[in-house]
Design a protein around this ligand. Structure first.
Ligand code: GLP
Length: 244
């Protein structure tokens, strides 16, 4: 779906999420959301916060699982995804703290594998992801599933691609400060979501959007795996869609 600009697209996505939350609440069910960070979803979160304040949209029945976190990373570090999510969404809505799950960048290296398995188990125990929000990196990553990621990969630690670290460098005030690793949900984890919406805005994303939508399915561009998911929508602005 192509919108005139990212604002229009973001409102559309926020509306879909709000409708799902309300439908689930009406049935007395929890709504399990997979959430993303980066600049792409910021307006969606802004709009959800507005709906909470102005329309009484409640997050009491919402359980969230974030896609990824840098590793190692302290929670209160302003570059952490933990900080980002609280700043843009969780601090402004009525979601119970116990319902918020974000990969923990402070687990010890020895505990990391068990921690990742447990994250995966918790998603399943919650009933699986009803909705997964995604952005896309210029390497074709979703979450931090960099080129080479397996179709069936689960939550795990991963080494970040050079391009990804270069893109993150301004936020970290220099490439040397960008962590080399991250914890990310896998492609397999994401593919199990009942509904997926990937958002991309701006000309900078137009090449990777074309490769993802029209290219051959390949681990070299992990986002191409979404072509095989039966309920995925790409929400784009005109600039991101210009090469399609
Ligand atoms: C990071 C995140 C991804 C995100 C990507 C794109 O690498 N791990 O989940 O999709 O950045 O970020 P942006 O939305 O800022 O372009």
């Amino acid at each position: 779906v192509i919108f005139d600009d990212s604002k229009e697209g973001s409102l559309h996505v926020a509306m879909e999420i709000a409708t799902l939350i309300r439908e689930k609440a009406d049935k007395g069910q929890t709504c399990v959301l997979g959430l993303a960070t980066g600049s792409s979803p910021i307006r969606v979160y802004e709009e959800l916060v507005r709906m909470h304040k102005d329309e009484g949209l409640s997050f009491k029945n919402v359980v969230t699982f974030n896609l990824d976190e840098y590793y190692p990373m302290e929670r209160n570090n302003i570059q952490s995804y933990h900080y980002f999510m609280h700043q843009h969404l969780f601090d402004h809505v009525d979601i119970p703290a116990a319902n918020v799950n974000i990969p923990d960048g402070t687990v010890s290296a020895d505990d990391l594998q068990d921690y990742c398995k447990d994250y995966e188990r918790q998603i399943e125990a919650a009933g699986g992801l009803d909705f997964q929000l995604l952005g896309i990196g210029r390497t074709g990553h979703i979450g931090f599933n960099e080129p080479g990621s397996h179709f069936n990969s689960a939550t795990r630690d991963i080494t970040l691609d050079h391009i990804t670290r270069v893109d993150a460098a301004p936020a970290f005030k220099g490439l040397e400060n960008v962590p080399r690793k991250a914890i990310t949900m896998g492609i397999g984890t994401i593919r199990k979501a009942k509904r997926i919406v990937l958002m991309a805005w701006g000309q900078n994303k137009s090449e990777i959007v074309k490769e993802t939508v029209e290219g051959e399915i390949s681990s070299e561009v992990p986002a191409t795996y979404l072509q095989e998911h039966s309920n995925t929508t790409f929400v784009l602005d005109k600039e991101a869609a210009q090469n399609l």
